[in-house]
Design a protein around this ligand. Structure first.
Ligand SMILES: Cc1cc2nc3c(=O)[nH]c(=O)nc-3n(C[C@H](O)[C@H](O)[C@H](O)COP(=O)(O)OP(=O)(O)OC[C@H]3O[C@@H](n4cnc5c(N)ncnc54)[C@H](O)[C@@H]3O)c2cc1C
Length: 388
C-alpha cells in the first residue's frame, strides 16, 4: 500500500498545474462569458502533448497510466471545467473507443491526428428519448452494400458541431434491447449529418452542447467500430473510463471552490476577526477539505484499478457518485462562505456551483451510479452464497 504519487506523477501534476494556472484559468471566465469554444486551450493541450497521453506512443500518446490521466483532468477542471470536459470526451470517450475497439487501420487513420489535435473527437449515445436507459436508443443503421445508412437524432452532444469525428451508437437490429446496437465512427462532413444550435445551459458555457441529426447519413462499412451488436458493450466499457474522468473533473471543481473559499475567509473580517476564525466557517472549510481528499482517493483507486485491467465497475461508480456529490456540496458551501459576493458573477464560485451540477448528471446520473453500485453489491452476495 502506498499513498504517494510517483515522482513522474508528481512532476506531471506540477507541470499541468502551472500551465493551467498561467494559461487556462485567466481565459476561462471570458470564454464562458462569450459561450465560445476554447480553441486556444485545445491547441495548447495538443502542443504540450496532453491529448491522449494515456495511449501508446505509436498512436501519438505517451503511454501514461490512468492515475496520471485523472491528475490532468483534475488540474484542468480546477482552472476551467469546460476545457476539462472537452479534453475528457476527446481523450477517453472518443479516442479510447477507437483504441480499444478499432481495427489497426482505424487506429492509424484517426488516433495520431486526434493526439496531435488535428481532429477533435466526440461521443454520441444519448437521444431525446434515451439517456439513462441507453439500450432504448432508436437511431437506426441499415447496411446497404459497403455503407450503413443512419437515421435518427442524438441529444446533448459535447463539442457537437465543433468536433471532427463522433462515436455514434445506432441500432442495426430493430428488436428492442441492447443486443442490436452497433458503434460507428462518423465524420463531421458525412452526407446527411447536421447539428442543432448550441443548447442554452446552466453552466459549462464554453463547452458547446448540441443535438445531432442523422438523415440518410451514409457511413462507410470501414467506419463500423467493432462488430454488429457489440455497440452497447463498447458504450459501457468506454463509460467506465469516462466516469473516472468526470470524477476527476468534479474533484477539480470542488478544489477550486475550496481554494476560493479559503482565500476569501482569511481576508474577509466580521465582528473584528477574519471569518475563517468563526468556528461555523472554519468547520465548513474542514468538511470541504476532508470530503475532497476522500473523493480524490476514490478517483485514484478507480483509475489505478482501470490501469491494472481489473474489474472495477463498482469502484468507478463510487468515485463518480461521491466526487460529483462532493463537488455540489463544496461549491454550494463556497458560495455561502463568500456571502452576497458569492452570488455575484464577479466571483468564480457561482460559476463553479453551476458547473458542479452537471457532474451529477452526465455520463450516468447519481441515481444510475447508485443502481450500478447496489447491483454489484448484490451480485457479490449472490456469488458468496453460491460458494458456501
Ligand atoms: C452538458 C451535458 C453534456 C452531455 N454530453 C453528452 C455527450 O457528449 N454524449 C452523450 O451521449 N450524452 C451527453 N449528455 C447526456 C447525459 O449523459 C444524459 O443527460 C444523462 O445520461 C441523463 O439522461 P437523461 O437526460 O435522458 O435523463 P433521464 O434518463 O430521463 O433521467 C431523468 C431522471 O430520472 C432518473 N432515473 C432514470 N432512470 C432511473 C432509474 N432506473 N432509477 C432511478 N432514477 C432513474 C435520473 O437519474 C434522472 O434524475 C450530456 C448531458 C449534459 C447535460
Amino acid at each position: 500500500m502506498n499513498f504517494f504519487l510517483t515522482d513522474e506523477q508528481q512532476a506531471l501534476r506540477e507541470a499541468v498545474r502551472e500551465f493551467a494556472e498561467e494559461e487556462i484559468a485567466p481565459r476561462s471566465a471570458e470564454y464562458n462569458r462569450r459561450h465560445e469554444f476554447p480553441r486556444d486551450n485545445f491547441r495548447r493541450l495538443a502542443e504540450l502533448g496532453y491529448l491522449n497521453m494515456q495511449l501508446p506512443e505509436k498512436y501519438g500518446g505517451q503511454g501514461l497510466d490512468w492515475v496520471s490521466y485523472t491528475i490532468v483532468v483534475e488540474e484542468l477542471a480546477r482552472a476551467c471545467a469546460a476545457t476539462a470536459v472537452i479534453y475528457e470526451v476527446h481523450s477517453s470517450l472518443h479516442s479510447e473507443a477507437i483504441y480499444r475497439f478499432g481495427t489497426e487501420e482505424q487506429r492509424m487513420r484517426y488516433l495520431p491526428r486526434l493526439s496531435r489535435g488535428e481532429l477533435l473527437g466526440a461521443y454520441a449515445l444519448t437521444e431525446p428519448g434515451a439517456g439513462s436507459d441507453a439500450a432504448a436508443i432508436q437511431t437506426r443503421a441499415e447496411r446497404r452494400g459497403d455503407v450503413y445508412v443512419l437515421n435518427g437524432q442524438k441529444a446533448f452532444i459535447t463539442s457537437g458541431g465543433v468536433a471532427d469525428s463522433y462515436i455514434v451508437f445506432a441500432r442495426t437490429d430493430p428488436a428492442p434491447g441492447h443486443r442490436g446496437i452497433t458503434a460507428f465512427i462518423v465524420e463531421k462532413g458525412a452526407p446527411g449529418l447536421r447539428f442543432g444550435p448550441p443548447e442554452r445551459k446552466m453552466g459549462l458555457h464554453a463547452s458547446p452542447t448540441t443535438a445531432m441529426y442523422l438523415e440518410d447519413c451514409r457511413v462507410p462499412v470501414a467506419n463500423r467500430l467493432g462488430d454488429e451488436g457489440q455497440g452497447f458493450a463498447i458504450a459501457m466499457a468506454i463509460l467506465d473510463r469516462g466516469r473516472v474522468g468526470i470524477g476527476a473533473q468534479a474533484v477539480g471543481i470542488a478544489q477550486a471552490a475550496l481554494d476560493d473559499a479559503l482565500a476569501y475567509a482569511r481576508q474577509r473580517h466580521t465582528f473584528g476577526k477574519p471569518i475563517a476564525e468563526h468556528q461555523a466557517i472554519a468547520f465548513k472549510l474542514a468538511d470541504m477539505a476532508t470530503e475532497i481528499d476522500a473523493a480524490r482517493l476514490l478517483v485514484y483507486r478507480a483509475a489505478f484499478l482501470l490501469g491494472q485491467g481489473r474489474p472495477c465497475r463498482r469502484e468507478v461508480s463510487m468515485a463518480k457518485l461521491f466526487a460529483s456529490e462532493v463537488a455540489m456540496r463544496a461549491t454550494t458551501e463556497a458560495v455561502q462562505i463568500l456571502g452576497g459576493y458569492g452570488y455575484m458573477e464577479d466571483y468564480r464560485v457561482e460559476r463553479l456551483m453551476r458547473e458542479a451540477k452537471v457532474t451529477q448528471i452526465y455520463e450516468g446520473t447519481s441515481e444510475i451510479q447508485r443502481i450500478v453500485i447496489s447491483r454489484e453489491l448484490l451480485r457479490g452476495l449472490r456469488e458468496e452464497a453460491a460458494v458456501r
